[in-house]
Design a protein around this ligand. Sequence first.
Ligand code: KG4
Ligand code: ZN
Length: 343
Amino acid sequence: MSNPVVILGIESSCDDTGASVLKEGKIHANIIANQDVHKDYGGVVPELASRAHQQNIVPVVHEALKSAGVDKSELSAIAFTRGPGLLGSLLVGTSFAKSMALALDIPLLEINHMHAHIIAHFIESEGEQSSKPQFPFLCLTVSGGHTEIVLVETHLKMKLIGTTNDDAAGEAFDKAAKTIGLDYPGGPLIDKLAKDGNPLAYKFPHPKAPGYGYSFSGLKTAFLYFIRDQIARDSNFVQDNKADICASIQHTIVVVLLKKLVQASKDLGISEIAISGGVAANSKLREELMLLKKSEDWSVYIPKFEFCTDNAAMIAMAGYYKFINGSFASQATSASARYSYGD
Ligand code: KG4
Ligand code: ZN
């Protein structure tokens, strides 16, 4: 009998250091170290992120192997996030993966972080099975750095059909949150506060972008001016209306996101619809998707929360498909902050 395929996945594109172990197609460990150092700055500070990755990477990898009960000598290959992301952060994971693969004399698998967010839909943990999207499907990938509609043809073939011209959806959430004095990352806080608010209390402009594209920077500015003007009239405005403000901005972002997805689905005649990325955790987005599932007769797929936000399980899983396909990277590979979609 041949040895089982065992892959170590490493993720370090932004502010989470992750390591995961995949064995025979299933995830056996998924360890993540979040970085609290950025909280006081209202956003990720690249320099601090790289340093924290350097501190966390060895213990995180050690913990993943230990919790999977796998010795490093059993590894078949190492998958790592090559990009896109913060260069200093990517360099830590890339250098670590290259060194470890060289020392163990095993192949490397370079992974596009955005592909991996989509591959998160195919993750199976030990003893679990879930329904998977059928090809071709459309995936709305919404995170702190990206907002994309992707036509997914196979595990390895994906086509970007729409993206943001400026800010990402997660950034729109985080910047709106910052404007009203919430901590970073503000997306989950807006989601929580919005639960008690009226989504139609305040109206914000719906930004326009051609095709299946998005634009959120105008909305950010409109929101900033709206809050500034209201505070000029009533200094307690934010404090007294927090839930309504959160529900209204959340409603606007979600409506804008889904409008283009509906359009793409109609134009391409595809009703297999998936969402991924950190913003896929948003409860309003999930709720509205469930309504569309009924009205548009969609099959809707949303990964488990732990696989929506940045994690290394999705990197190990994406690595598995590359491994099966024999798509290995060379030791000459380097981190790429702008790793493009077709790569
Ligand atoms: O995918 P992710 O973990 O990291 C990136 O690759 O960016 O996404 C993080 C983003 C942040 O902008 C965060 O505010 C947003 O996802 N986010 C949310 C929610 N949970 C995370 N936004 C809205 N509602 C949520 N529940
Ligand atoms: Zn991400």
